[in-house]
Write a new protein. Structure first.
Lengths: 174, 425
């Protein structure tokens, strides 16, 4: 699981350099999370850019007592993604990007395709809140505690909901 | 992120905790082997992780560049830039968001607050007795007959010395009808129409002869300039400088000015004069002349009535001797009318104009009289005025701020609920 250490030294670093480090660490994860929420590459790119811009403007307002910097960033990203979701009201669609399977070998590709198609069907069957949990855990790499903080619930409750969602997918895959 | 009421931190079920630990280990890159269930969890974790999308390198490069420049507002977002490069039409909101300044709202609020404070400051600190005097000066008279038209024009606008003196001469020489609006009572009251009935003292049409004298102390080298200031004030209030005299000898100087001030502007004149220097003395007197005024007016009306009756009789005269006798009586009646008009005008002028004697005497020690207490009092006056402005501004701005805060809280709560509802398919 990816974590950004919130050491004392890092917290005391100037806001600009700390933000730069946060950007480098979280850029791809944030995009992956946004994509997991919206299932639209263009919208995910826009949300990612918006989230970083808002975070940059608010970088001096970060309060370490309220959580990790990473969780703070994803909180901003979540709001941006929900705003976009509300605007477009898109539902989950099947993943259809052929590039995702291009790197696999021929035999592996056939096997992966079956499993991944089944997984994608299962993912599409999830409701938006469950998809968000998957995106936060598997795409954004947040810990259970960070997920709980982001969703306004406890770490154990977030863990329980996450377990339920993963178990649903696992059972769909047989 | 917002923290609502959190559930109590209950421990996870051991089985759930074990499964989630497997997920964390696989995501961390560890190989997991064990029971079938554990491997099933590891497999699904690997599969889900594989669905993680990769970023578009072109877009990533644009975002990195934008980030390097500190996300400037003038720069379009990388997504919009890439979309434009791909020929994808942007929505109107995306195009608009590229152009709007971010801090327009807070700036507008700050400008509005400053504007409110400035308006309050100007209206609170800008009022003075001068404005009231100007209003009096410009107040039109109510009604007038044709004989009073010239006087109305002379008394409404501030007069130059020559014009005002001509107005006085006209008042004494021209015939006036008793109903002419040619004078004012106490406080600048406006007289009614020409058919005003005979009045008694103590009513709203009371006539008072007011006079005042004021002595101002000034530094010896400022007596002349103070005298000029007095003349300037007098002229601005429609007053006439009947006489002025300035004498200087040795280290002392004295100025004496006799002013004729429209009675309705007398209070304003005294108020403004008290502000130009130290006041040594101020005396005012008033004499009720309502009875003489009414008496003169009645006498004039009687004389005119008698003349009119004689004219009617002349028209009905049957013989030349009778007509000649009536003509002689008419002649006497006209002389009586002239005398009555002169007497009435004299009384009316006493009510219309007030004498104001201004003496400016030099006082070399006038600055030495100003103590630290005086300066502190002046400072306290300034602070009081500033505090008044800030208090009034706060009284205006605080309710507005309260309303804005309530609206902001409501909008924030509504926005949060709408965002959460977006997850409800």
């Amino acid at each position: 699981m990816h974590q950004v250490a919130e050491s004392t030294t890092e917290l005391e670093a100037p806001a600009a350099s700390a933000f730069e480090a946060l950007y480098r660490d979280c850029r791809d994860d944030l995009f992956a999370y946004a994509y997991g929420m919206l299932h639209d590459r263009t919208a995910a790119e826009e949300v990612t850019a918006t989230a970083f811009e808002r975070a940059y403007r608010k970088r001096n307002r970060f309060n370490p007592q309220r959580g990790s910097r990473r969780a703070w960033l994803f909180g901003i990203a979540r709001n941006a993604a929900l705003d976009e979701l509300r605007r477009t009201r898109r539902r989950a669609e099947l993943f259809t990007e052929p590039a995702d399977t291009a790197s696999a070998g021929v035999y592996e590709q056939a096997d992966l395709s079956v499993s991944r198609i089944a997984l994608r069907r299962a993912l599409a069957a999830l409701d938006a809140r469950e998809r968000e949990l998957i995106a936060l855990k598997f795409f954004a790499g947040l810990s259970n505690a960070e997920i709980g903080s982001l969703l306004g619930t406890s770490a154990s409750n977030a863990g329980t909901r996450l377990h339920r969602t993963i178990d649903k997918l696992r059972k769909e895959l047989g | 992120m917002r923290r609502r009421g959190r559930d109590a931190e209950a421990p996870l079920d051991p089985e759930i905790e074990r499964d989630l630990e497997i997920v964390d280990r696989v995501l961390a890159g560890e190989a997991v082997s064990g029971s079938e269930a554990e491997e099933s969890w590891a497999d699904v974790t690997t599969l889900i992780r594989a669905e993680r999308p990769a970023v578009d390198p072109e877009w990533a490069e644009a975002l990195d560049e934008w980030a390097r420049q500190g996300f400037p507002r003038s720069r379009r977002s990388p997504a919009n830039e890439v979309m434009r490069a791909r020929g994808i039409q942007l929505g109107w909101l995306s195009r608009l968001s590229d152009r709007l300044p971010r801090r327009a709202g807070p700036l507008a609020g700050a400008v509005a607050s400053l504007a409110i404070i400035a308006v309050v400051a100007v209206s609170t600190l800008g009022e003075g007795p001068g404005q009231e005097a100007q209003l009096d000066d410009q107040a039109p008279m109510a009604t007038t007959s044709d004989g009073g038209a010239a006087e109305q024009a002379a008394e409404v606008a501030p007069l130059g010395p020559g014009a005002a003196m001509n107005a006085l001469r006209r008042e004494s020489s021209e015939a006036l009808a008793p109903g002419d609006v040619d004078d004012v009572g106490i406080g600048g009251g406006i007289e009614g129409a020409a058919t005003q009935p005979r009045i008694a003292p103590g009513t709203a049409n009371r006539r008072v002869d007011r006079d005042a004298s004021i002595t101002i102390a000034a530094r010896p080298d400022e007596v002349r300039s103070t005298s000029d200031e007095v003349i300037s004030i007098a002229r601005s209030l429609g007053a006439i400088v009947a006489s002025s005299q300035v004498s200087e000898s040795g280290g002392s100087a004295t100025a004496q000015l006799d002013l004729q001030v429209p009675t309705r502007n007398l209070d304003a004149a005294i108020g403004r004069l008290t502000e130009i220097g130290e006041i040594d003395s101020l005396n005012e007197s008033s004499i009720d002349i309502t009875k003489p005024y009414v008496s003169a007016k009645d006498r004039l009306e009687d004389a005119r009535s008698a003349r009119d009756s004689l004219l009617e009789a002349l028209a009905k005269a049957t013989t030349d001797e009778e007509a000649e006798a009536i003509r002689a009586q008419i002649k006497d009646a006209r002389r009586e009318i002239s005398r009555a008009e002169a007497r009435f005008e004299n009384v009316a002028r006493q009510a219309r104009w007030s004498s104001l004697a201004v003496v400016i005497r030099s006082d070399a020690g006038i600055d030495e009289d100003r103590t630290l207490i005086d300066w502190l009092e002046d400072a306290a006056d300034v602070l009081q005025a500033v505090a008044g402005v800030l208090l009034i501004s706060a009284a205006i701005l605080l309710p507005i701020a309260l309303v804005v805060a309530i609206v902001w809280v409501a909008v924030s709560g509504l926005r949060r609920r709408r965002r959460e509802r977006a997850l409800d398919d």
